[in-house]
Write a protein that binds this ligand. Structure first.
Ligand code: UD1
Length: 369
C-alpha cells in the first residue's frame, strides 16, 4: 500500500502549534509521508524558530523566505514561490491552517494545480471584512475540499454559505491538542521566577491587530484602559513585532512610559507564554488563538475587539468581547478582579484528539490501494 503524500503549510506564529499535533498524528498512523512548507511570513527567531524547538516540529522541507510585505504582495509572492514546489512534490493533499496570508496563498496555488486542499480551523466568521483574516478565511473555505471545524458555529456558518455538508467535518481544535500535549512542560516553566511575579497577581496583554495598533487614536484608547487597570494589577505585555514598529511609528513611547506597571517584554516562546497565560489573573488580548487557549486554561479573557469569530469561547463563560472603549474594557477587567470566578465549560472536541480525528478522515479518503 502506497503512503499518502501530505504537505502541511505553515507561515506565521499561530500556525506552528496547529501543525505540530498533525505531524505527530500522521507519523503515528504510519500512512503518510509528510512534508512541511514554511512560507517565512514570520521569520524572527522569537516568532518562528523558537516555536519549532518548543513544539518539536521537524525542520521544514521547504522554506520560501517571503518575509514582510503588504498583504497583497505577501500573498502573491507565496503563491508564485510555492508553485514550483507543489509541481515538484505533487502532494496528494495540501493542508492549510487557520487564517493567515500563507493559508489562502498556498490553498489557491494548490487548487490551480488540481491538488485537493484541506483547511484546518474552517468556518470561523467575525463578519468583519475589514480584517485581513476574515477575507482569508472565507476564500480558503470556499476553495477547500475538506473543511475541518473547531466549533458548532463554524459548521452552521459553512452550511449557511452553501458549502456542501459532505465536505464539513467537525473534528475539534488542534491548537488545544498542542496545549494539552505540552501541559506538563508548561506547568514547570520557570518564567514567573524570571519576571519575579506570582501566580494570579498580574494580568497578561497581547496586541497586534491592525485595527488596534495601526491607528494612533485606537492604540491610545487601549493605553487609557491600561492606566486604570494597572492601579489594581501589574500588566505583562509581550510585544509583537508589528506592535513594536507601530509604537515607534506612532511615537507612542512617551505615552507608554507614563504607565507605571505595564512591563514590556519581547515575544515569548510557546511554553513560557502559555505558563504566563495559565498563571495570570486574566488576559487582555486581540488574538484569536489566545481566546481559545484561555478557555481551556481556565483563565478569564477580555477580548479587545468588537467581535469574535470564536463564539464558543464566550458561550463557555471564559471570554468577554469588550471592544476597545475604555469604559467597557475597565468594566470587564474590574468584574474579573472583584467578581466571583465564573464556571467555564470547555467546548466539544477541545480534548486533545482533534489531529487524530483529522488524520483518520484523511487516511480513509486518500489511502492508495
Ligand atoms: C499575522 C496574521 C494574524 C496572526 C498573527 C500572529 C495575517 C493576515 N495575519 O499577523 O492572523 O494572528 O500573524 O502573530 O496573516 N514581523 C517581524 N518579525 C516577524 C514577523 C513579522 O518583524 O517574524 C513584522 C513585519 O515587519 C510586519 C509585521 O510584523 O510588518 C506584521 O507581520 P504580518 O506577516 O503582516 O502579520 P501579523 O500582523 O504578524
Amino acid at each position: 500500500m502506497g503512503k499518502i503524500n501530505a504537505m502541511i503549510v505553515v507561515g506565521a506564529r499561530p500556525n506552528f502549534m496547529k501543525a505540530s499535533p498533525l505531524v505527530r498524528a500522521m507519523k503515528k498512523s504510519g500512512n503518510f509521508v509528510v512534508s512541511l512548507m514554511h512560507t517565512g511570513q514570520h521569520y524572527d527567531f522569537l516568532m518562528s524558530k523558537s516555536f519549532f524547538r518548543n513544539l518539536n516540529l521537524p525542520r521544514p522541507n521547504i522554506y520560501l523566505a517571503v518575509g514582510s510585505d503588504t498583504a497583497i504582495r505577501q500573498t502573491a509572492k507565496i503563491m508564485i514561490d510555492s508553485e514550483k514546489h507543489l509541481l515538484k512534490l505533487k502532494p496528494d493533499v495540501v493542508i492549510v491552517l487557520g487564517d493567515v496570508n500563507s493559508t489562502i496563498a498556498v490553498a489557491l496555488a494548490a487548487k490551480h494545480l488540481n491538488i485537493p486542499v484541506a483547511h484546518v480551523e474552517a468556518g470561523l466568521r467575525s463578519r468583519d471584512m475589514s480584517m485581513p483574516e476574515e477575507i482569508n478565511r472565507i476564500l480558503t473555505d470556499h476553495i477547500s475540499d475538506f473543511l475541518f471545524t473547531t466549533e458548532e458555529s463554524a459548521n452552521k456558518n459553512l452550511i449557511k454559505e452553501g458549502i456542501d455538508r459532505k465536505k464539513i467535518y467537525f473534528t475539534g481544535n488542534v491548537m488545544i491538542d498542542s496545549l494539552l500535549f505540552n501541559f506538563f512542560k508548561i506547568r514547570f516553566s520557570s518564567i514567573l521566577h524570571k519576571f519575579k511575579i506570582h501566580s494570579k497577581e498580574y494580568a497578561l496583554l497581547t496586541l497586534h491587530r491592525p485595527s488596534n495598533v495601526d491607528k494612533k487614536e485606537n492604540f491610545l484608547k487601549i493605553l487609557e484602559s491600561l492606566k486604570t487597570i494597572e492601579k489594581h494589577l501589574p500588566i505583562i505585555f509581550p510585544v509583537h513585532p508589528r506592535t513594536k514598529k507601530q509604537i515607534e511609528n506612532l511615537k507612542l513611547l512617551p505615552h507608554i512610559n507614563r504607565l507605571k506597571k505595564v512591563v514590556l517584554i519581547p515575544p515569548l516562546g510557546y511554553i513560557d507564554f502559555m505558563k504566563l497565560a495559565l498563571e495570570s489573573r486574566f488576559i487582555l488580548t486581540d488574538s484569536g488563538g489566545i481566546q481559545e487557549e484561555s478557555t481551556v486554561l481556565g483563565t478569564p479573557c477580555v477580548t479587545l475587539r468588537e467581535n469574535t469569530e470564536r463564539p464558543a469561547t464566550v458561550a463557555s463563560g471564559a471570554n468577554v468581547v469588550a471592544g476597545t472603549n475604555p469604559k467597557k474594557v475597565i468594566f470587564a477587567a474590574k468584574s474579573i478582579i472583584f467578581g466571583k470566578p465564573k464556571k467555564i465549560k470547555i467546548p466539544k472536541y477541545w480534548d486533545g484528539n482533534a489531529a487524530e480525528r483529522i488524520v483518520k478522515i484523511l487516511s480513509a479518503k486518500f489511502t492508495k490501494k
